[in-house]
Design a protein around this ligand. Structure first.
Ligand SMILES: O=C([O-])C(=O)C[C@H](O)[C@@H](O)C(=O)[O-]
Length: 308
């Protein structure tokens, strides 16, 4: 636990698939620690490079700061000795700093700074926000470029100059021009990870832009398939990647796009479909309808489990 320096953590994370586990809830939508521990133990049984607790797929945005602290602590206890656990730094600056302190206390190895809520934000404000988190911790810090938190190449460079523990840039926007600028300016000073919804969809082209890894939400329920996909991407095996896109990923995103917020709900649906129920999603998300779940199960049964 927390035995890697930020630089060692970056070197470790950049060459393996990254897991973003769901947070298990019981029938009252309360944190289900037993189910969560079981899920994490299963996830950590495969060779993933890092496990990001209470991230986007982990519904970090629907957890209280106390719940985030608990979820991260449980993740470190359960799997921290085999895989580095990273925690979210979410919400307003004070809350993100508090998350950072809690993560350090729990023994997490790194932080993912999620976009602040609601308000628009520009470069100086975003820089101050991330600086506050970096200054509050010795852990390695990754920013998530998405929604209202769009970091220019120059902002990223200033943060990298000022904070040795700023180690990574995660992208959830997919602007080729922006990514090219960020990579051209910052190069190997950082590592880069893809974080667009269903990141597999973009993994091969983004590799060329310097994104050597990505957050796999589908790893939650089809880990072998997700790892095989990652190996194909890193081998730049276009035929194998295209086959898997056609067989599973593209039909999967057709179901995902039926309802807003399904990007997370479909992952909990996938767990139900493979017999590893982690409960429902919290509002403002909604669960898959019975029909959508049946379609997902049929897709998994036909194209993933049989070929695994
Ligand atoms: O915080 C998160 O869960 C994400 O980064 C989003 C997903 O993991 C996304 O990359 C995906 O859906 O594969």
């Amino acid at each position: 636990m927390a035995n890697r320096t930020p630089q060692e953590l970056a070197a470790h994370l950049k060459d393996g698939l990254l897991s973003f586990p769901v947070t298990a809830f019981d029938a009252d939508l309360l944190f289900d620690e037993t189910a969560y521990r079981e899920h994490l133990a299963w996830q950590a049984g495969y060779p993933v490079a890092g496990l990001f607790a209470a991230g986007g797929t982990g519904e970090g945005f629907s957890l209280t700061p106390e719940e985030i602290a608990t979820v991260v602590r449980v993740a470190v206890e359960e799997v921290g000795s085999t895989v580095p656990v990273l925690a979210p730094a979410a919400g307003n600056t004070a809350q993100a700093v508090r998350n950072a302190h809690d993560a350090g206390t729990a023994g997490a190895e790194g932080l993912l700074v999620l976009p602040p809520y609601l308000t628009e934000a520009d470069q100086l404000g975003l820089e101050a926000h991330v600086s506050a988190v970096c200054s509050a911790t010795d852990l390695g810090v990754i920013v998530y470029n998405r929604a209202n938190a769009i970091y220019s190449a120059e902002t990223v460079a200033r943060l990298a100059d000022r904070h040795a523990n700023f180690i990574g840039f995660k992208d959830g926007v997919g602007s080729i021009e922006h990514l090219t600028k960020v990579f051209a300016k910052n190069g190997d000073r950082l590592f880069y990870l893809g974080g667009l919804p269903t990141a597999e969809t973009f993994a091969l082209p983004l590799l060329q832009l310097g994104m050597s890894t990505y957050s796999s939400a589908m790893y939650n329920f089809v880990p072998e398939f997700a790892l095989e996909f990652y190996r194909d991407v890193r081998a730049q095996d276009r035929a194998a990647v295209t086959d898997k896109l056609n067989r599973f990923v593209l039909p999967y995103i057709e179901i995902r796009d039926r309802v807003k917020g399904y990007g997370v709900s479909i992952v909990k649906g996938g767990l139900k479909a493979v017999g590893r129920d982690a409960g429902s999603v919290r509002p403002p998300l909604q669960d898959l309808t019975a029909q959508d779940l049946a379609d997902l199960k049929a897709l998994i049964d036909a194209h993933v489990l049989q070929s695994a």
